[in-house]
Ligand binder design. Structure first.
Ligand code: SF4
Length: 280
């Protein structure tokens, strides 16, 4: 039976993107190929906030402090925190999902597989999870990805089969490419050929986290590259910041920038609703 290293498993309202407002189970896998230490800081500066968190002081993921800069889910990939993410077999994960669903089975809820970066090596473990008989009535899945990981041919074939008896848009890839504000390099982060691959099996949209006009211009440049590579889906702009104070400063301007380009605006509903706490 396949196993996953699980950072978080919780039930909440999806706060971002296409499924904003939809009750969703979030499965957060451990591990990421990026660090995104630049978020929330002037360009060129890197956050050291996560280094100030001492892992030995915490027994539980939920007790960890939130950070105002850098990746807001740092504990889902920083190896210093790896012991807070248990390895669980697929039956154990399904059993926990049934426990947190309000009717102890799938109704209209949606599954979000997120990270970290969920499309790293975990691709080989998802089929066992999704094949469990209690997962058969699941209607919709979103993979929240940074858009840098190719699908293996086995997983691609599996997803095609999974979709066969479901609605056309049952499978979504919410791709959040990292602009230079993240601290990651353009060549590593903007990978149009990979998005093209996702588009072959599911509905794909791009979601850019921005806080300045310069970020928006970069997003424009990235969208041109994605379109040149065959991308045809919608584009969202979302304000930077995992805490309310930062979020309120830039939300309106981000919405205006999206409107100007005919793009969509994504809120971060988990911030005003739940203050972006762990498990939301
Ligand atoms: S890609 Fe996402 S999970 Fe990975 S470091 Fe960046 S923000 Fe965090």
């Amino acid at each position: 039976m396949s196993k996953l290293k699980v950072s978080e498993l919780f039930y909440s309202i999806q706060g971002e993107g296409r499924y904003m407002g939809v009750p969703s189970v979030f499965l957060r896998t451990f591990g990421c190929n990026f660090k995104c230490d630049g978020f929330g800081l002037p360009k060129g500066e890197m956050s050291v906030e996560r280094f100030n968190v001492q892992p030995e002081k915490y027994n539980n993921y939920k007790e960890l402090p939130l950070v105002k800069s850098g990746c807001d889910s740092y504990a889902s990939w920083d190896p210093r925190f790896k012991d807070l993410s248990p390895v669980i077999d697929s039956d154990g994960i399904v059993s926990s999902i049934m426990d947190i669903l309000p009717h102890n089975r799938w109704m209209d809820e949606h599954l979000v597989i997120t990270g970290g970066e969920p499309l790293l090596g975990w691709q080989r473990s998802f089929p066992d999870l999704l094949n469990n008989y209690q997962m058969k009535s699941l209607k919709e899945i979103t993979f929240e990805t940074n858009g840098t990981q190719e699908l293996t041919s086995e997983f691609r074939d599996y997803l095609v089969e999974w979709k066969r008896n479901r609605e056309k848009n049952a499978l979504t890839f919410s791709v959040s490419p990292k602009l230079s504000i993240s601290g990651e390099s353009w060549d590593e982060a903007i990978r149009p050929s990979i998005i093209h691959q996702y588009q072959d099996v599911g509905f794909v949209y791009l979601k850019f986290v921005v806080s300045t006009e310069e970020d928006v211009l970069e997003a424009e440049k990235a969208v041109e590259e994605y379109k040149a590579g065959g991308f045809t889906g919608p584009v969202y702009l979302m304000p930077c910041g995992g805490v309310e104070s930062v979020y309120e400063l830039n939300a309106k301007n981000v919405a205006l920038a999206a409107m100007k380009r005919g793009w969509r605006y994504s809120d971060r509903l988990q911030v005003p609703l739940f203050k972006n706490e762990w498990g939301t």
